[in-house]
Design a protein around this ligand. Structure first.
Ligand code: KG4
Ligand code: ZN
Length: 342
């Protein structure tokens, strides 16, 4: 079965063709980083316009690289939310138009479910139940995957998402946008114990909170921190590396500890991770170490399928479409992960 996936929930315009839910025939991602870089954050109206300009050529490119045409497809999967409304509309209406013209089923996919399925692309025999930590620019959630299509959200962030905090800290340190990759790179040469930033564990539940940690790092970098001290003047490269390493370690400590604790509490033998922050080298390394120590199996998506892409949407769409065909019902509405849809 050939599924075309389309993803436009944020600032990546992406299309991909997947065969039988696993073989990636093509995956094309057009990043809008250059559009948003000078604002150090995503400007929703510019994102929608950039999607409009590129979406058709990105879909054409995905089909071309897969060496197929629309008439070879069995279904079109598209991100239905959560995301920026204008951006989602561009992808959704494009997909719906193609589906109507070529008489193909349209499969609406939850973006977070897509991040979970990025793990299936890397491990095609991955079977629920398992636990997934979703860490992206917009979300930080712990999800129990009881079955594909059946999810329990254990907890999510009460305020900032992990990726958002990487981006905001990087903005204050003037490292560039998006901030995660810059912090990750500098942290490799820094001291993780240089500065004692807080770890918001919230032990009593499965939720996260990163805004206090962000404020602590920002206040320190701006020279306003009583407790941690003052940055050197002028600010040196060594100082930036130490701040990045110490900040990143605080985020990773919380993400790893909570995930492993949840896996043990709910007797999950397998842990998976998804979302842009899953590219982070320290998170990958520490999660691996912790899972080995606790006797848990770990699946991580390839780095290219952690950040937003359409292969994960096509993969989730394939499983959803197959399930609804087996039930002999029309293509089901994408399961709600209890996040706002549109
Ligand atoms: O999943 P994604 O592409 O978009 C959303 O669905 O939000 O995630 C983007 C986020 C950004 O905040 C970016 O800074 C972060 O992923 N990110 C990283 C790294 N690479 C991307 N964060 C930490 N370390 C990285 N290496
Ligand atoms: Zn995402």
């Amino acid at each position: 079965m050939l599924v075309l996936g389309i993803e436009t929930s944020c600032d990546e315009t992406a299309a991909s063709v997947i065969q039988d839910g696993r073989a990636i025939l093509s995956s094309v991602v057009a990043s809008q980083e250059a559009v948003h870089e000078k604002f150090q954050g995503i400007v929703p109206e510019l994102a929608s316009r950039a999607h409009l300009e590129t979406i058709n050529s990105i879909v054409d490119e995905a089909l071309l690289r897969a060496n197929i045409g629309f008439r070879d497809l069995d279904a079109i999967a598209v991100t239905r939310g959560p995301g920026l409304v204008g951006s989602l509309l561009v992808g959704y209406l494009t997909a719906r138009t193609y589906a109507k013209v070529f008489k193909l089923p349209l499969v609406p996919v939850n973006h977070l479910e897509g991040h979970i399925f990025a793990n299936v692309l890397n491990k095609p025999d991955l079977k629920p139940p398992f636990l997934c930590l979703i860490v992206s620019g917009g979300h930080t959630e712990l999800v129990l995957v009881d079955a594909f299509g059946r999810y329990r959200v254990l907890g999510r962030t009460r305020d900032d998402a992990a990726g958002e905090v990487f981006d905001k800290v990087a903005r204050v340190l003037r490292l560039g946008y998006p901030g995660g990759p810059h912090v990750d790179r500098l942290a490799k040469e820094g001291n993780t114990k240089a500065y004692p930033f807080p770890r918001p564990y919230l032990w009593e539940n499965w939720e996260f909170s990163f805004s206090g940690l962000k404020t602590s790092v920002v206040n320190f970098a701006l020279g306003k921190s009583e407790s941690i001290g003052k940055p050197p003047e002028p600010v040196t490269d060594a100082f930036l590396k130490d701040v990045c390493a110490s900040f990143q370690e605080a985020v990773v400590d919380v993400l790893v500890a909570k995930t492993v604790r949840a896996a043990k509490h709910f007797r999950m033998k397998r842990v998976t991770v998804g979302g842009g922050v899953a590219v982070n080298s320290r998170l990958r390394e520490r999660m691996q170490e912790a899972c080995i120590k606790e006797g848990l199996s770990l699946t991580l998506p390839d780095r290219a399928f952690c950040t937003d892409n359409a292969a994960m949407i096509a993969c989730a769409g394939f499983f959803q479409h197959k399930a609804s065909k087996a039930r002999k019902t029309p293509t089901a509405v994408a399961p709600d992960l209890a996040v706002s849809s549109w």
